[in-house]
Write a protein that binds this ligand. Structure first.
Ligand code: 6PG
Length: 257
C-alpha cells in the first residue's frame, strides 16, 4: 500500500475546486491510457461539493463521461431518489449535468428494490465481480480513483470504528446501527478500498483534524478505519488548513499559498 501524500489547501472552497481539477485530469489521463476508467464516489459535504465543482469546471468535458464506470464507496440504505442518498447528491451535483452511460452508473440498490440490506450488499458485490477482469486479480475492478470523505471519528465510507464491517472479508457489506444517520448502510470494505489504484481522502474543517492525525500516524484500522484508506499506487490526503491543523508540519505540503 502507498504512503499518503498530504496536500493542504487554504480553505474548503479551494479544496473542492482543487479536487475537481485533479479529478478531471486524473480521469482523462486514465481514459487516455486505457480507453475507460472506474471512479468510486463518496457522500458527505466536501465529497459532493467537489462533484459540483467538476460540473462547474469548463474542463470537465476532457473526461469521456460515457466511458466512465461510476460506483459508490457507500450508500445510505434509502429508496432511490431519497435526498439523503449519496447517489441523489451525486446526481444533483454532477451526474445530471454530464453525458454518462446509464449502463455504467452503478447505484447501490435501496429498499425499493425489494432487497434486504444484506441482499443489496451481495447484489452490489456481484455487480463489482462482473465488472472485474482477470488482470484485476480480485473480485472488484482496479478502480482508478476512489474518493473518501472522513468522519470526525475517522470513519471512511460507512466503516465506523470498532464495527464488524472492519473485520469482514467480503467486498461489500451491510451496516446496521451506524452512529451517523441513517443507521442502515451498505459499504465497501477495506480490502475493496485498497484494491483501488488511487485512494483520495478528502477532509475539511477543524472537527476532522484529530481523525486526520490518527489516520496518518499508523493507528490500527479497527479504531481508526481511515488508517486503512490506502491505494495500491497512490494515496492522497487532500485537506484544508483546518483539517490539517493537527498533523506534524513535516507531513503536510502546502498546495495553495
Ligand atoms: O454516507 C456518508 O455520509 C459518507 O459516505 C461519509 O463517509 C462521509 O463522507 C463522511 O461522514 C464525511 O462527511 P462530511 O464531509 O459531511 O463531514
Amino acid at each position: 500500500m502507498s504512503v499518503p501524500t498530504v496536500l493542504v489547501h487554504r480553505d474548503a472552497q479551494v479544496l473542492a475546486k482543487a479536487v475537481a481539477a485533479r479529478l478531471i485530469t486524473g480521469l482523462a489521463d486514465a481514459q487516455a491510457a486505457k480507453g475507460s476508467a472506474h471512479l468510486v464516489l463518496t457522500g458527505g459535504t466536501i465529497g459532493i461539493a467537489s462533484l459540483a465543482e467538476v460540473a462547474a469546471n469548463a474542463a470537465h468535458d476532457a473526461v469521456e463521461w460515457r466511458r466512465l464506470d461510476i460506483w459508490w464507496g457507500d450508500e445510505r440504505f434509502l429508496p432511490t431518489g431519497d435526498p439523503e442518498r449519496n447517489e441523489t447528491g451525486a446526481r444533483r451535483a454532477l451526474l445530471d449535468h454530464v453525458d454518462t452511460d446509464p449502463e455504467r452508473v452503478h447505484p447501490v440498490p435501496g429498499p425499493d428494490s425489494g432487497l434486504t440490506a444484506e441482499e443489496a450488499a451481495d447484489r452490489y458485490a456481484e455487480e463489482l465481480r462482473k465488472a472485474s477482469r482477470p488482470e484485476d486479480h480480485g473480485p472488484v475492478p482496479s478502480f482508478d480513483i476512489l474518493m473518501l470523505g472522513l468522519g470526525p471519528d475517522a470513519h471512511v465510507a460507512s466503516l465506523f470504528p470498532e464495527m464488524p464491517a472492519l473485520y469482514d472479508e467480503r467486498p461489500v457489506v451491510a451496516v446496521h446501527g451506524a452512529p451517523k444517520p441513517p443507521p442502515t448502510r451498505i459499504t465497501m470494505t477495506l480490502p475493496t478500498i485498497q484494491a483501488a489504484r488511487e485512494v483520495w481522502v478528502i477532509a475539511a474543517g477543524e472537527e476532522k483534524a484529530g481523525a486526520v492525525r490518527l489516520a496518518l500516524q499508523g493507528a490500527g484500522t479497527f479504531q481508526v478505519p481511515a488508517a486503512g484508506a490506502r491505494g495500491r499506487v497512490r494515496t492522497m490526503f487532500l485537506l484544508d488548513r483546518a483539517a490539517a491543523s493537527k498533523i506534524p508540519p513535516d507531513l503536510g505540503r502546502p498546495a495553495s499559498p
